[in-house]
Design a protein around this ligand. Structure first.
Ligand code: NAD
Ligand code: WQD
Length: 335
């Protein structure tokens, strides 16, 4: 199939492009490079030893999207493009609502105009709010504490309404848990701007000596050791989940958790990282981070049942591959 991948130069998108190419699909990337670099497109082609078509465009630009749909026979869309920093979304809500909602509407309008009925959307476990773990797709969604989470919940509703109104439209709403790790080649991985907010990139930069020590946000949660528990998923497994979702789309809107079903605490992750890579991660316990929940992990059985997909790589592989990518990276921290 010819797949339009928006945000394909980004972290999860780039890994998914390699998985799509490996599975025999053709890839057209649309990315405005607001949080990525064009050299990643070259690396995707190097890894897959195949060509991809790349458009440096903004997905909210309806004319630019129309041109792509007119020029190529698109069979399906995977929509990754979006802004994703939870804290920033509180300071710049309009940027987040505009970018993340308008992009979804522009793309689905083009899909309707050109009769494209396969759509896969990047949602997030954040839409569950502070529900009871494990999070299961049938749960009622609780309000999130930030505009970013709201954009995901709203996009899910928009896509579901479109599928309900148009029986031919098939959409998979993929709720990712905590994607970490990098491609085994060390060529592509996560490159956050400035000081990382997320745990794994922070840990890799402590390991590299760019940051002094990890601050563990709270050790008084009701969890195995008091630190926050998350369902970390290797980005390579997540990428395969997209191929499975695309290839098993059926009419209507379908929600899938993409996680491992395993919870790992902050201190367990630190220990796994030290064991996997034979490095020391100094840390200190500090106050809880506002907005954090104690535990977040998936019931991942629906994806296994309906898509035939399950995560295969464990926390050691996630830590090993994240570190290989960071170790190889020669660039400076981007400001
Ligand atoms: P990323 O920032 O690495 O990738 C997003 C890509 O989209 C970037 O290359 C960026 O340049 C591009 N982009 C953003 N706005 C655009 C626009 N208007 N037009 C064209 N390109 C645009 O992020 P990621 O971690 O790969 O996340 C991909 C998707 O998955 C996002 O929608 C994100 O919200 C969602 N998600 C991410 C996580 C996570 O922890 N990484 C978890 C759950 C959901
Ligand atoms: C994981 C755990 C922290 C950093 C975020 C978004 C979510 C989704 C994935 C997009 C928590 C602790 C972290 C640090 C720490 N993104 N931590 N010290 O918050 O679970 O999820 O990314 O959809 O929407 O909210 O991920 O990696 O920031 O935190 O102790 O320096 O690590 O408290 O328990 P989070 P995270």
């Amino acid at each position: 199939m010819n797949i339009l991948v928006t945000g394909g130069a980004g972290y999860i998108g780039s890994h998914t492009c390699t998985a799509l190419l490996k599975a025999g699909h053709s890839v057209i990337i649309a990315d405005n490079l607001s949080n990525s670099k064009s050299e990643t497109v070259r690396k995707i082609m190097d890894i897959a030893d195949k060509e991809v078509t790349f458009y440096e465009i903004d997905v909210t630009d309806a004319e630019a999207i129309d041109t792509i749909f007119r020029k190529h026979k698109i069979d399906g869309v995977i929509h990754f493009a979006g802004l994703k920093a939870v804290g920033e979304s509180v300071d710049k809500p309009l940027d987040y609502y505009y970018n993340n909602i308008v992009s979804t509407m522009v793309l689905t309008k083009a899909c309707q105009k050109y009769g494209v009925n396969r759509f896969v959307f990047s949602s997030s476990a954040t839409v569950y709010g502070d529900n009871k773990v494990p999070f299961v797709e049938t749960m009622g969604l609780l309000p999130t504490t930030n505009p970013y989470g709201e954009t995901k919940a709203m996009s899910e509703r928009i896509l579901t309404d479109i599928a309900n109104a148009n029986p031919a439209f098939s959409v998979s709403l993929l709720r990712y848990f905590n994607p970490v790790g990098a491609h085994w080649s060390g060529l592509i991985g996560e490159r956050p701007n400035g000081i990382p907010n997320n745990l794994m990139p922070y840990v890799t930069q402590v390991a590299k000596g760019k940051l002094g020590k990890l601050r563990v946000f709270g050790n008084d949660y009701l969890t195995v050791d008091g630190t926050g528990v998350r369902d970390y998923i290797h980005v390579a497994d997540l990428a395969e989940g997209h191929v499975a979702a695309l290839e098993n789309l059926t009419e209507g809107a379908h929600v899938y958790n993409l996680g491992t079903g395993q919870g790992t605490s902050v201190l367990e992750l630190v220990k796994a990282f030290e064991e996997a890579n034979d490095v020391k991660i100094p840390y200190e316990i500090v106050d809880r981070r506002p907005g954090d929940i104690a535990s977040c992990y998936a019931d991942a059985s629906k994806a296994e049942r309906e898509l035939g997909w399950e995560a295969k790589l464990d926390i050691i592989a996630m830590c090993r591959d994240a570190w290989r990518f960071e170790k190889n990276y020669k660039g400076k921290l981007r400001k």
